[in-house]
Design a protein around this ligand. Structure first.
Ligand SMILES: *[C@@H]1O[C@H](CO)[C@@H](O)[C@H](O)[C@H]1NC(C)=O
Ligand SMILES: *[C@@H]1O[C@H](CO)[C@@H](O)[C@H](O)[C@H]1NC(C)=O
Ligand SMILES: *[C@@H]1O[C@H](CO)[C@@H](O)[C@H](O)[C@H]1NC(C)=O
Ligand SMILES: *[C@@H]1O[C@H](CO)[C@@H](O)[C@H](O)[C@H]1NC(C)=O
Ligand SMILES: *[C@@H]1O[C@H](CO)[C@@H](O)[C@H](O)[C@H]1NC(C)=O
Length: 432
């Protein structure tokens, strides 16, 4: 989904075991590993109930976590987490929630193409708050900051954010919480964006992982027919982990989630680290796996937002929920043990930086990354600067043709829109 605001968000993983000594997750070479040496594959759901932090209501998290465990999920992705103005009482609730085994990867979206001290400080505050939880699996500095090929001049700002958040993590001696990016489903940006964020002789500047939102396997398809085979080809040789941070076309119905067999099976499990299904709650965009009750037509009902109840006991959306559950129940990739992999991981060389082309990927790989406080010089770019959609949440036509044409991803994860050139939502930056 398009979302370019500075906001603080998270990708969380549910791991509903008892709450003692959970192994942490780190990126080693092109794979993720638990600290006990087992490879980590993501079976995730996008979890964002409203545009506010879903982790502040421990009661609700507990209800949802039980259902996610039933589904077979081990990861949740949260797009908006607490903000600097969150009261301490709420943070404590969050702490309880996290100890409740919501293993998480968290995200911080950001306003681009700017990278400034306000944003960096907000990211630092999130890292300070969350680094203590073993179930924090990673951090996204942004979600879908680039939405067209002509927006490639935004990429250096994403990479600068990654560099600075990683440097902060090191300066505080936090564990190596993976810091990465979640890319929009824009074929014309592939694989340049992925390679650009990973490349370079100084890996302190590079992403710890790359992930992409993909709506390409819709209805009856296959590994080859969907283009997933090319995703694998294009990610082969990438020296950092890659996974799918959103998937799950909703047209045609029913949603079968057949792509899971490829992602978490032999077709892809050597190169990809799993996938996150979009999304948990059924709402206007119709991507939900569960609902909290029938839709409400009475718009004055404050328990419902946009006609959807957003708290309570989750009830499966049929047959989507059970279709996904059936796939996940059969898929248990084991990958490789860290002990067998670490030698080859240390000999991996960074992927080459994509070269720049006029009217294409315009980023000059030899150019120094922006420093904190730098903004884009629109006049100086050949294409007039960043791309982006004014509405912020319409799926790109490039993917629409594959079957999700009508998809309007007006989920609550996309509330942070168009900060780039548009800037009309700036007042909400810390809340979206
Ligand atoms: C390591 O931890 C993960 C997550 O808890 C678990 O699934 C896996 O079985 C563990 N591996 C070993 C070797 O204990
Ligand atoms: C940083 O950028 C954000 C978003 O563009 C803006 O709201 C904020 O005021 C900027 N901060 C500084 C210090 O320029
Ligand atoms: C793979 O990379 C090629 C360029 O090398 C690109 O044209 C193609 O669209 C990419 N495929 C996918 C599925 O990303
Ligand atoms: C928290 O979740 C519970 C359980 O669904 C719900 O009853 C309560 O209203 C929620 N609290 C808030 C502040 O949304
Ligand atoms: C970028 O490309 C998109 C899609 O092709 C187009 O709609 C938009 O106007 C372009 N923006 C600029 C600034 O050229």
């Amino acid at each position: 989904m398009f979302s370019k605001a500075l906001s603080l968000a998270l990708l969380v993983a549910v791991n509903i075991v008892s709450a003692i000594d959970m192994p942490t997750i780190s990126a080693v070479g092109a794979k993720f590993f638990f600290s006990n040496g087992t490879q980590y594959y993501i079976k995730g759901v996008a979890y964002q109930l409203t545009s506010l932090d879903p982790l502040t209501n421990a009661t609700q998290c507990t209800l949802d976590a039980a259902s996610m465990a039933d589904l077979g999920a081990n990861t949740i992705r949260v797009y908006h987490t607490w903000t600097p103005s969150t009261p301490n009482s709420i943070r404590q609730v969050k702490a309880l929630t996290l100890e409740y085994r919501i293993l998480l990867i968290f995200t911080s979206l950001q306003a681009l193409p700017a990278w400034n001290q306000t944003q960096l400080s907000a990211f630092e505050e999130v890292l300070d708050a969350f680094q203590q939880y073993d179930n924090l699996a990673g951090v996204f500095v942004a979600n879908e900051a680039l939405t067209f090929l002509n927006g490639s001049d935004t990429a250096p700002f994403v990479k600068a954010a990654i560099r600075d958040v990683k440097a902060y993590r090191q300066s505080k001696n936090y564990r190596d919480i993976p810091i990465g990016y979640s890319g929009a489903d824009i074929p014309s940006l592939r694989p340049m964006l992925q390679n650009y964020l990973a490349c370079g002789s100084d890996q302190a500047d590079a992403a710890d992982f790359f992930s992409l939102n993909v709506y390409e396997w819709c209805g009856e398809s296959s590994f080859d027919g969907s283009g997933y085979n090319e995703l694998v080809q294009n990610a082969t040789g990438l020296q950092i982990p890659i996974f799918i941070s959103e998937t799950g076309c909703r047209i045609p119905k029913p949603r079968t989630f057949d792509d899971m067999d490829s992602i978490l099976g032999p077709n892809m499990d050597d190169v990809f680290s799993g996938a996150i299904v979009y999304e948990w709650i059924e709402e206007t965009n119709d991507y939900g796996l569960i609902s909290y009750g029938p839709t409400v037509n009475d718009m004055s009902n404050t328990a419902a937002l946009d006609g959807y109840i957003r708290t309570g006991t989750p009830m499966p959306v049929s047959p989507d929920y059970s279709n996904l559950k059936s796939h996940w129940a059969t898929l248990h990739p084991t990958g490789v043990a860290l002990s067998a992999y670490s030698a080859s991981a240390s000999s991996l060389t960074p992927i080459a930086c994509p070269s720049s082309t006029v009217n294409g990927w315009i980023v000059d790989p030899t150019q120094t990354l922006p420093s904190v406080g730098q903004t884009i010089d629109l006049a100086a770019t050949s294409t007039g600067g960043l791309g982006g959609s004014a509405t912020g949440n319409v799926k790109p036509s490039s993917t629409a043709k594959k079957g999700d044409a009508a998809a309007m991803h007006t989920g609550n994860e996309v509330a942070g829109m168009g900060v780039g050139l548009i800037g009309v939502m700036l007042g909400f930056l810390f809340w979206l």
